[in-house]
Design a protein around this ligand. Structure first.
Ligand SMILES: Nc1nc2c(ncn2[C@@H]2O[C@H](COP(=O)(O)OP(=O)(O)O)[C@@H](O)[C@H]2O)c(=O)[nH]1
Ligand SMILES: Nc1ncnc2c1ncn2[C@@H]1O[C@H](COP(=O)(O)OP(=O)(O)O)[C@@H](O)[C@H]1O
Length: 202
């Protein structure tokens, strides 16, 4: 059988919903899955490593990448730029590897336009109180930034209907099992429209 393209999995959800936690566990359990390392202009948090968690870049460099069309999608979120480097994702999918993108909604909607065959999954917390509690406990942002993110979260929840799947992150193992089930089912689909990459004709 001819080798098919990999899956493009898009994971979104409010800040503190648990995307990073679930993604890390999913990658541990599914080591063939490739994590797309995003580019951002925000400062690194303690423990975050350039090139592993994000590519941390200055605004000018980020804007130059936008101008060279080197980002598959990008968005401004809470005063910083975030974007997906195009090359690594396209190369992996073309090689048959499944790729996971952990991105916010504006970016996910851009991806949906160019790759509607992606698997769009939204992570939600069990409640807004739990979200607030988790984001405070994480302790990585100032109170001002936390409040901005919680306000943004309420707007973000309106977009669940744009996604194919929604997973409530109550218990980590349960939510990870759900994500795994989604991926396994998606990989068993009989029909999927092929990806058309930049510069290729349909
Ligand atoms: N559009 C887009 N959003 C991204 C990208 N990388 C990360 N994000 C999103 O940007 C938002 C802020 O991320 P971050 O500053 O790491 O905060 P956190 O979600 O609270 O851990 C989250 O919703 C991320 O999913 C990207 O490449 N593109
Ligand atoms: N199911 C869960 N139960 C309890 N705490 C969780 C759960 N999922 C994530 N957390 C914690 O909540 C905080 C936010 O999770 P994180 O993965 O950083 O969210 P996001 O990447 O969506 O911003 C972290 O401190 C994480 O350890």
């Amino acid at each position: 059988m001819e080798k098919s393209h990999g899956l493009l999995i898009v994971l979104s959800g409010p800040s503190g919903a648990g995307k990073g936690t679930l993604c890390q566990e999913l990658l541990r359990q599914m080591p063939d899955l490739k994590y797309s390392v995003s580019m951002t202009t925000r400062s690194s948090r303690p423990g975050e490593v350039d090139g592993i968690h994000y590519f941390f870049r200055q605004k000018a460099e980020f804007e130059a990448m936008i101008n060279r069309d080197e980002l598959l999608e990008w968005a401004k979120f809470c005063d910083n730029y975030y974007g997906t480097p195009r090359f690594a994702v396209e190369q992996a999918i073309q090689a048959g590897q499944d790729v996971i993108l952990e991105i916010e909604i504006q970016g996910a909607l851009q991806i949906k336009k160019c790759f509607p065959q992606g698997v769009f999954t939204f992570i939600v917390p069990p409640s807004m109180d739990v979200l607030s509690e988790r984001i405070h406990k994480r302790g990585t942002e100032t109170e001002e930034v936390i409040q901005k993110r919680l306000a943004t979260a309420i707007e973000e929840l309106e977009y669940v209907s744009e996604y194919d799947y929604v997973v409530v992150n109550d218990e980590v193992p349960v939510a990870v099992d759900k994500l795994k089930s989604i991926l396994i089912a998606e990989k068993c689909r009989v029909k999927r429209k092929p990806f058309v990459f930049k510069g290729e004709s349909v």
